[in-house]
Design a protein around this ligand. Structure first.
Ligand SMILES: Cc1cc2nc3c(=O)[nH]c(=O)nc-3n(C[C@H](O)[C@H](O)[C@H](O)COP(=O)(O)OP(=O)(O)OC[C@H]3O[C@@H](n4cnc5c(N)ncnc54)[C@H](O)[C@@H]3O)c2cc1C
Length: 440
């Protein structure tokens, strides 16, 4: 049985970053197994025109090793497009181009093996044994999970899924026929906005009616302001990880718009398209943008779908008949089935797994064997975890932990905000505030 210092399961952006950073480290052996035939980045929703929501510097390596040959900049240079890209892209990059870049890196990494779906991980003699569906068994002392997240739809629509009721992640694989149809889009995050923009993009494919439902108070932009952006820096991740569990769970929903809001340019685009359709278009499209509504039920009725909404403003229930519903209701972290044999040994609090600062799971297995998680630790490491912002830094931290030495520096970043500020040496006999005011 082949043996490796560590095995990555999944080779999406999270583990691809780890694979790229590990490539020059010659004394550590690693392999990355992915179920797909080749690198693909959310192919079901890779819509034309979709833009990367972060700077291209948040690629697989640059923020910890700007000299790495696996940077986006090096990709542009090697493809002969660096000057054209500078002129064409400015600060934004299309998601398709970033997928090309990921693919280019993956092709160069001998440690990545495609068409390997991991089926089980078991505790063997002094090692974790990883089996994939091609029958291969491998041994390791450290496993790094990078299997991504699972699309979420409300439980009551599970049995209705198909060409008329789908999750946004299936849009380009299911390709529902929307032309001249009544379509409802549920969810007003980035995916919801991208789907709406897509539905409005082709005049000949326009729905007859579009209902866009938001459970929030409106169709809100991402908070991309400077101090909010500091939640996406290593010092904040460490600060957040050190907070009591209860405090973390209070903060996360309050910070949601920093990650789940819509890019402002996309909102402007949609607004303008609707304006033009209403004023100079042929009036074929009726549209209803409805905030403060929750879908509470969906039934099939004579080939159509009857959707029940709860109107949170007025505390009322509404019914609406449409032909197609597209749920843009996000993704959630789920422990993969292949870890079931070890589930009882993983420590949890209220159903949440305990993740250490170095992204290793708390468990009662042999101390020399570790399980790390990538993109699975929002509860413990904060709002930046599912985002690409810290992929390189997180991978570097995992790699340092596996190697038990500092291969990459991960502690030099500073922020402007001082979350853990303590006033220095309080005066032993402070002048009462009232006296200070009087003296002035
Ligand atoms: C549509 C979309 C757009 C996004 N755009 C941005 C953005 O612009 N900026 C940003 O910061 N973030 C963005 N994100 C968030 C995040 O960066 C991405 O979701 C990113 O793809 C996460 O990478 P990952 O490697 O953790 O997971 P994934 O990309 O989901 O990769 C997981 C991999 O694991 C493999 N896998 C799963 N199970 C197994 C198994 N049992 N055996 C072997 N392999 C397995 C899968 O085949 C897959 O390749 C976006 C998310 C979505 C959904």
């Amino acid at each position: 049985m082949e043996r490796f210092d560590f095995i990555g399961v999944g080779a999406g952006p999270s583990n691809l970053s780890l694979a790229a950073l590990a490539q020059p480290v010659t004394d550590l052996s690693a392999v990355f197994l992915d179920a797909k035939p080749r690198f693909q980045w959310h192919p079901g929703i890779m819509l034309p025109g979709a833009e990367l929501q972060v700077s291209f510097m948040k690629d697989l390596v640059t923020l910890v090793d700007p000299t790495s040959r696996y940077s986006f900049l090096n990709f542009l240079v090697e493809q002969g497009r660096v000057y054209r890209s500078l002129v064409a892209n400015g600060t934004s990059v299309s998601r398709r181009e970033f997928e090309q870049y990921y693919h280019w890196v993956a092709e160069q990494l001998p440690s990545v093996r495609w068409r390997r779906r991991v089926r089980s991980v078991e505790l063997g003699e002094g090692a974790l044994e990883v089996r994939s569906d091609d029958g291969e068994s491998l041994k390791t002392r450290a496993l790094v999970l990078g299997t991504g997240k699972e699309p979420v739809v409300p439980h009551f629509v599970a049995s209705l899924r198909g060409p008329r009721l789908l999750h946004s992640s299936e849009l380009l694989t299911v390709r529902p026929n929307v032309a001249g149809q009544r379509v409802m889009v549920v969810g007003a995050g980035q995916s919801g906005a991208e789907v709406v923009n897509h539905l409005l993009s082709e005049d000949r494919q326009l729905p007859s009616e579009l209902v866009w439902v938001s459970s929030r108070e409106g169709f809100q932009p991402i908070d991309d302001s400077p101090f909010t952006n500091e939640w996406f820096t290593p010092p904040y991740v460490d600060h957040f990880h050190g907070l009591p569990e209860e405090r973390r769970q209070t903060l996360l929903p309050r910070q949601r718009l920093a990650s789940d809001g819509v890019s402002e340019s996309l909102l402007r685009n949609i607004y303008r398209k609707l304006y033009l359709l209403d004023t100079v278009g042929d009036g074929r499209l009726r549209h209803h943008l409805v905030p403060c509504r929750r879908v509470i039920d969906v039934r099939r009725l004579a080939g159509a779908l009857v959707v029940t909404l709860h109107d949170e403003d007025r505390g009322a229930t509404q019914r609406c008949v449409v032909d197609t519903v597209i749920f843009c209701t996000g993704y959630r972290s789920v422990l993969p089935d292949f870890l079931e044999p070890l589930r009882d040994r993983l420590t949890d609090t209220d159903g949440r797994l305990q993740v250490g600062e170095d992204y290793s799971l708390n468990w009662d297995g042999p101390a020399g064997l570790r399980i790390y998680v990538q993109n699975f630790a929002e509860n413990s490491h904060g709002i930046a975890d599912p985002n690409l912002s810290l992929a390189a830094w997180r991978s570097a931290r995992v790699l340092n932990s596996i190697a038990a030495r500092e291969i990459y520096r991960v502690d030099q970043a500073r922020a402007t905000t001082d979350w853990a500020w303590e006033p220095t040496s309080p005066t032993p006999d402070p002048t009462p505030m009232a006296t200070l005011v009087e003296q002035r």
